[in-house]
Design a protein around this ligand. Structure first.
Ligand SMILES: Cc1ncc(COP(=O)(O)O)c(CNc2cccc(C(=O)O)c2)c1O
Length: 459
């Protein structure tokens, strides 16, 4: 790793052969990708030796922090003993059994059954097929429609991207697939108008009931939502939203899928976002923090009732080669052991998240920062030219966010932008001193972006 080619040569090879996800390929080729060579704790090192504070925990996934040797040890040991065997055709293996048991213990309510997948996206594809099969077995095959939210994010496979509400993704590839419909998101800052957050939260939740009646209650299979929308910009729904969603799904007897790919495994200050927000799902999507990103894995956690129906109805004709992969399962088990035995989530809830919240919310004293929202260890700020009116910038959405993100990178801080919101989701093991450093770099970046924006007449 250390004696790698010079950065410029590596960038040229990357540009020649590597197609990056969610990337304008030609633009990146001109610029050259930043080459990350190693990492420890919350710190990344790039090929130029820069020490970068990873305010995004990779892609929201690095919950235990980089450099945990135990995870490498467990992976190596499992690889030597049983590097792969499948869980098709009436076989299983000990890591799959042990992880399924562990997840059943950790999951809230009666989510006692686990269908293993390879990622968050294919977990949500599993969920689409599972809920439709569930209603078939219950002799209500017309229940095929799944309701989701605009600006929700559920992945990038055909099914998951259809569940998602990112219109730019739908435009590429003929999405959504049939029988997936969307309602508006509970983003008060951008869409609340003159309503109070409480009124707005109720109104947006009641769109679910309106949509169910529009589609026909006898045709609706499920509703899917992220407890807190992540890739949509860390959108925290008003308090009135989820209780109303819960009331409506119960009233019409439709299944509730909570997508906890980001919110799971401590991100919101409890093991799961459902516990933080009081949601009782029938199915829960997990990935990312399940293995802290050390190895790909996803899963669908399924309630006793749904599992009983699926198990009773002949073969559920679905699954993946790597469903329950033994090395991924072993790493996940060790990751969960670290989270549990080191009290990582308890410390987040009692100490680290409150500390970060106070610092993060103080950003509203910056001229560009309108609102600061944070739940546990996932936070966002909304940039605006006018805090009183919550106005959007005149420039195309994302222009100001991109300038700010560029300043963050220049200051060796990874802080994402989504439109003109800036977001953070650091490793759960970040220390208070590292939070202080994150805030120094974030403030410096906001100040520099503000100067640049004014200089370019974008204010
Ligand atoms: C809530 C949710 N559900 C499903 C997925 C899909 O997981 P996979 O990627 O493992 O298939 C996600 C993934 N979320 C995700 C993935 C990549 C980038 C970003 C970003 O915010 O830039 C967010 C997610 O955030």
């Amino acid at each position: 790793i250390e004696n790698h080619l010079p950065t410029a040569e590596l960038q040229a090879l990357d540009a020649a052969h590597h197609m990056h996800p969610f990337t304008d390929g030609d633009a990146l080729s001109k610029k050259g990708a930043r080459i990350i060579t190693r990492a420890k704790g919350v710190w990344l090192t790039d090929s130029e030796g820069n020490e970068i504070l990873d305010g995004m925990a990779g892609l929201w996934c690095m919950n235990v922090g980089y450099g945990r040797e135990e995870l490498a040890e467990v992976a190596a040991r499992q690889m030597r003993q049983l590097p792969f065997y499948n869980t098709f055709f009436q076989t299983t293996h000990i890591p799959a059994i042990a992880l399924a048991k562990k997840l059943a213990e950790l999951a809230p309510g009666n989510l006692n059954h686990v269908f293993f997948n390879g990622s968050g996206s294919d977990s949500n594809d599993t969920n689409i097929r599972m809920v439709r099969h569930y209603w078939n077995v219950k002799e209500q095959p017309e229940r095929t429609v799944i309701i989701s939210r605009w600006n929700g994010y559920h992945g990038s496979t055909m099914g998951a991207a259809s569940l998602g509400g990112m219109k730019g993704m739908h435009k590429q590839g003929g999405l959504p697939i049939p029988d997936i419909v969307h309602i508006d998101q509970p983003d008060w800052w951008s869409e609340g108008g003159d309503m109070t957050p409480e009124e707005f939260g109720l109104a947006r939740a009641q769109e679910l009931e309106a949509k169910i009646l529009e589609v026909g209650p006898e045709k609706v299979a499920a509703f899917i939502g992220e407890p807190i929308q992540g890739a949509g910009g860390v959108i925290v729904a008003p308090d009135t939203y989820w209780p109303e969603i819960q009331r409506i799904v119960k009233k019409y007897g439709i299944l509730l899928i909570a997508d906890e790919v980001i919110c799971g495994f401590g991100r919101t200050g409890n093991w799961f976002g459902c516990q933080t927000l009081g949601i009782e799902p029938d199915i829960m999507t997990v990935a990312k923090g399940l293995t802290s990103g050390y190895i790909p894995m996803g899963a669908s956690l399924v309630s006793d009732e749904v599992a009983a129906v699926i198990n009773s109805g002949d073969e559920f004709a679905h699954g993946y080669t790597y469903s329950g992969h033994p090395v991924a399962a072993a790493v996940a088990l060790e990751n969960l052991r670290i989270l549990e035995e080191e009290g990582v989530i308890d410390r987040v809830r009692s100490e680290i998240a409150p500390y970060l919240k106070a610092k993060w919310e103080s950003l509203t004293d910056h001229p560009m920062v309108g609102e600061a929202k944070i739940v546990g260890m996932m936070g966002s700020i909304a940039l605006t030219p006018n805090k009183a009116t919550r106005a959007a910038f005149a420039a195309k959405a994302g222009t100001i966010g991109l300038i700010t993100r560029e300043r963050c990178f220049a200051n060796n801080l990874v802080m994402r932008h989504v439109g003109d919101r800036m977001i953070i989701s650091p490793p759960l093991t970040i220390t208070k001193a590292e939070i202080d450093e994150l805030m120094v770099r974030a403030r410096k970046s906001l100040d520099e972006a503000y100067e640049k924006i004014k200089a370019e007449g974008l204010w």
